[in-house]
Design a protein around this ligand. Sequence first.
Ligand code: TYD
Ligand code: MG
Length: 449
Amino acid sequence: MKSKTNFVCQQCGTTSAKWLGQCPNCKAWNSFIEQIAETETEKKSALEKGKLSGKKLAYENIKSISPSDTKERLKTEFKDLNTVLGGGILAGSVNLLAGQPGIGKSTLLMQICAEVAKTKKVLYISGEESAGQVKLRAERLGADADNLNFASSTSGNDIAKTIESAEFDLVIVDSIQTLAMDEISSAPGTVSQVTNCGNLIIRAAKATGTAVVIVGHVTKDGTLAGPKTLEHLVDVVLNFEGDRYGGFKTVRAVKNRFGGTNEVAIFEMNEKGLKEVQNPSAALLAERQNTDGSIILATMEGNRPILVEIQALATTTTYGYPKRTASGFDLNRLNLLIAVIERRTKLKLSDKDIFINVVGGMKLSDSAADLAVCLAIASAVAKRKLDDSYVVFGEVGLGGEIRSAFRADQRIAEAKKLGFTHAIAPAATKDKFVIPVKDLRETLIKYVK
Ligand code: TYD
Ligand code: MG
C-alpha cells in the first residue's frame, strides 16, 4: 500500500492536503514541505489515550561506556584526509561530502573505495552515471580491487534496503540530489526528498554499522542546495572547495562528531586522479616572480601554516566608478581595507581599479591576511617592491592599527623553513624573526615607499 502524504508548514506545523505558497496560519512563504502522513490509528494512540507511551530510559555510568572510537576506522590512502576525518571513516558513521559540480567528488570517492576495497567490501551507488562511465573512471584511477562493487539507483528505498542488508562495510551514495522515495511525489533534489531519503539511509547505516558517504552538490555561493537540513542529521560534513580548473582543492570538516574541525587536506588533480599535496608552500611559491604588487602571506589553513602569494594590480579607472575585484579573498573585506587605506594613509585609491588574486586557487578565510593585502595594494599603486625575503601577516583594524594574529609561531616556523629572513608582523609577536609594526601608515611609508 502506498502511504498517504500531506504538507506541513516548517514554521508553525500547520498541515494541509495540498501544497500552499503561503501558510494561512503564520503567513510564511514557501514553508510547506511534503511529509509522509501519520495514519489515523497512529494519531489516536498518541493523542486519545492521554497516556505516555514511552518508558524509563536505561542509563549507564559514563565511566563504563566504551568510547565509540574503539570502533573500526576505514583508512583512506590519503594521510591528511584521514586526519580531517579524525583517523579515517568510522564504522556506522554517515558522512556528507559537499562540493560544486565538477570539483572531483566522484573521483575522490572512487579512489577511497579502491583503497578500502583491498580489505573490506565496498559498494559504490551512482544515480548520476552509468556503470560504463564509472568503470571508465575506475580504470583510469587504477581501481580494480576484488571487493569493489557498483550499483546504479535513484531509489532512496532500495538504497536504504541494500545498506540494511549489512553486506557492505562502506557504501557510497552519489548523489543525494538524484534520490527519490516512493512515498513522496515531489521531484528529486527537493528538500522533502533529500531529508526523507537522508533519514532512511542514516537509519539503515546506524542499524547495521555500515559506513556511508553521501555526496551533496552545492550551489555557487557555497550552500548545500536542498540538503542544508542534512547537515544536522549526518555525523560528518566535509566541504570540498577550490578551483574547478587546476589549482589546489581543499577538503575540510565543517562538522565532525568524531574529531576536530581544524584540519585540512590539500589536493591537486592530475590525469591519475587526486593527489595530496605534502608541501603546499613550496608548490605555491615555485613560480613566483617578485614584481610590484606581490606579497607573500604566512597564513593558516586549519591547523597548517601555508605561505601563499597575494597579488594586487592597480590600474587607472577609465569610467567614473572604480572597480574592485577579488579572487580567493572576500570582496567586502577588500572594500573595507581600501577604505581604511584611504582614510588612514595618504594613498589615493579613488581613481584606481584594484584587483586582488590569491595564487594557486586558495580561498583565504584568515583575518591575518589583511596586512598582506594592504601591502600588495600599496606596492602595486606605488610600483615599489617589498624585499623578497620578507613574509607578512597581521590583521588591520579600522583605525589603521595592526592587530595580533593567532598561531604566529607556526607562521614564522613555516617562513623560516622556506628560507625567508624576516616577517613583517604585529608588534605583539615576540620573535627575533619579526619586524614589528603597529600602524598601517608607518608600515607603508617604511616598506613600500
Ligand atoms: P568528478 O569527480 O566527476 O567531479 P564531481 O563528482 O565533483 O562532479 O571530476 C571532476 C573533473 O576532474 C572532471 O571534469 C574530470 C577531471 N578528472 C581529471 O582531471 N583526472 C582524473 O583522473 C579524473 C577521474 C577526473
Ligand atoms: Mg560526480
